[in-house]
Design a protein around this ligand. Structure first.
Ligand SMILES: *Cc1c(COP(=O)(O)O)cnc(C)c1O
Length: 418
C-alpha cells in the first residue's frame, strides 16, 4: 500500500503540532508506522490522501455508529449552519436533545450538555462530590475516563500503548483522591470501602471496559457495585461515553438492567461533532449551578450545530432498532473468525477486541499479556488487505450500521489469511 503522501504530511505536521497529532493514539507509534492522513469518508469506507480505500473499523473511535457522513445527519447539519454557528444563549434544540436522552437512558432524569467526554466525566465527578460532600473516588485499572487530572491514573488505551503509567504534570495531590481497584475484582473494591468508605463520593466505571481492549463485566460485578455504593452512601457513575447508544439504544444501564446514579455520554451522542453529556437523578443534577452550588459551564456547551448532529443521529437510531441486531450479528461473525485463528476474543454487542494471547482477558493485568509485536504485524497485514483497525491492541473494533455483508465477508476472509 502506497502511503507516501501521508508520510510527507506527517513530517510537515510534526513541525507545527507536538508529535504531529492532536490526540496521541492517532500517531500509530504502537504499530511503528506513520499515520494515514484522511481525505474523506463515506458509509463504511475511509479514504486517505494517497487514494487508498479502506473498510473502517475505527469509526472515529466510536461516534460513527451510522457509518460516515450519513445523509440524514449531514443534511440536518448543513441546514442548521445557515442559521448561525453559536449563540451562547438557549435554543429549543438543546431541550429536544435533552428530552431524547432522558427518554432513552433509564437512569437519566436531567442532563447537562458539554463538549467532550473528558468534560462529562470530570463534571459528573464534581457533581458527585458536591452532592455527597465527600472527596475520594474509586476507578478501575485500565478504565479510561478522559484526560482530566484526577483521572489519569491507570487509565488504559493511549497510556497503555505508550507505557506511561501516569501523566507528567499531574500533582500527586490530585491523584491521591483517586483510588484504584481491579476491574472485575470485587475484593479490591471491598477493601477500599472498608478503609476509606466514609470519604468515597463515587465509583466510576466503564460498564463494558473498552479502553484496555474490550473487557466485559463478569456476571454480577455491576450488581455488586450497585449494592456496595448504596450501602456506603456513595454514587455509582457509569461512564457510557462508548457504551451509550452502542450496546443498545438505552446503553449499558438498560442492557445490564442496572440503574446507576449518574451516567456520562459522548461519542455517539454527538453524531461525530464535539458533544457529550452527563445526567442522572434530578435530585443529584439539581446541585449544578445555577440551580445549585456546583459550578460547571461552557461557552460552546449545547452548540446548535453539534446538538443537531446528535438529534439526527439519535432519531435515526430510535427509528431503526433493527440496526443493533445487525451490528451485533456482524460483531459475532468477526469474533468467530478471530477465534478460529486461536486468538482470545472479547465481545459486547458491536464492540470487540481480539487479543494476541490465549486468554482469558478479564482485567488490566490479563489485557497486558497480549503480544504487542504480533498486534503490530496484524495491523499492517490488515491495512494491506484494505482494512483499517485501531492502531493499538487496547482499543475496540467498532462496527457500524454502514458495514455491509460484503464488507464483513471481506474482513472475515482477511482474518482467515492472517
Ligand atoms: C473517549 C472516552 C472518554 C473521553 O472522551 P473525549 O471526548 O475523548 O474527551 C471518556 N470515557 C470513555 C469511556 C471514553 O471512551
Amino acid at each position: 500500500m502506497n502511503t507516501e503522501k501521508s508520510s510527507a504530511c506527517f513530517r510537515e505536521a510534526e513541525q507545527y503540532i507536538p508529535g504531529g497529532v492532536n490526540s496521541p493514539v492517532r500517531a500509530f507509534r504502537a504499530v511503528e508506522r506513520d499515520p494515514l492522513f484522511i481525505e474523506r469518508a463515506s458509509g463504511s469506507k475511509i479514504y486517505d490522501i494517497d487514494g487508498n480505500e479502506l473498510i473502517d473499523y475505527v469509526c472515529s473511535w466510536g461516534p460513527c455508529i451510522l457509518g460516515h457522513a450519513p445523509e440524514a445527519v449531514v443534511n440536518a447539519v448543513k441546514a442548521v449552519c445557515e442559521r448561525g454557528l453559536s449563540f451562547g444563549a438557549p435554543t429549543e434544540l438543546e431541550t429536544q436533545l435533552a428530552r431524547l436522552i432522558v427518554e432513552a437512558v433509564p437512569a437519566i432524569e436531567q442532563v447537562r450538555l458539554v463538549s467532550s467526554g473528558t468534560e462529562a466525566v470530570m463534571s459528573a465527578i464534581r457533581a458527585a462530590r458536591g452532592y455527597t460532600g465527600r472527596n475520594k473516588i474509586i476507578k478501575f485499572a485500565g478504565n479510561y475516563h478522559g484526560h482530566s487530572d484526577g483521572l489519569l491514573v491507570k487509565a488504559g488505551s493511549g497510556l497503555m500503548t505508550e507505557s506511561v503509567p501516569d501523566s507528567a504534570g499531574v500533582p500527586e495531590g490530585y491523584a491521591s483522591y483517586t483510588l484504584t481497584a481491579e476491574y472485575n475484582g470485587g475484593e479490591s473494591v471491598e477493601r477500599l470501602f472498608e478503609a476509606e468508605g466514609e470519604d468515597i463520593a463515587a465509583v466510576v466505571i466503564e460498564p463494558v471496559a473498552a479502553n484496555m481492549g474490550v473487557v466485559p463485566p463478569k456476571e454480577g460485578f455491576l450488581e455488586f457495585l450497585r449494592d456496595i455504593t448504596r450501602k456506603n452512601g456513595a454514587l455509582l457513575i457509569f461512564d457510557e461515553v462508548i457504551t451509550g447508544f452502542r450496546l443498545c439504544y438505552g446503553g449499558a444501564g438498560e442492557y445490564f438492567k442496572i440503574r446507576p446514579d449518574l451516567v456520562t455520554l459522548g461519542k455517539i451522542v454527538g453524531g461525530g461533532m464535539p458533544l457529550a453529556a452527563y445526567g442522572g437523578a434530578a435530585e443529584i443534577m439539581q446541585v449544578l449551578a445555577p440551580a445549585g452550588p456546583v459550578y460547571q459551564a461552557g461557552t460552546l456547551s449545547g452548540n446548535p450545530v453539534a446538538v443537531t448532529a446528535g438529534i439526527a443521529t439519535l432519531t435515526e437510531l430510535k427509528a431503526h432498532p433493527e440496526i443493533y441486531e445487525r451490528i451485533d450479528g456482524n460483531g459475532e461473525k468477526l469474533a468467530e473468525a478471530f477465534r478460529q485463528k486461536g486468538l482470545w476474543v472479547n465481545r459486547a454487542g458491536s464492540l470487540l477486541s481480539a487479543f494476541f494471547t490465549d486468554g482469558p482477558v478479564t482485567d488490566y493485568t490479563s489485557a497486558l499479556r497480549s503480544d504487542k509485536k504480533k498486534f503490530a504485524a496484524y495491523f499492517s497485514r490488515m491495512l494491506e488487505e484494505g482494512i483499517y483497525v485501531a492502531p493499538s491492541q487496547f482499543e475496540a473494533m467498532f462496527i457500524s450500521a454502514a458495514h455491509s455483508d460484503e464488507d464483513i465477508q471481506r474482513t472475515v476472509e482477511a482474518i482467515r489469511r492472517l
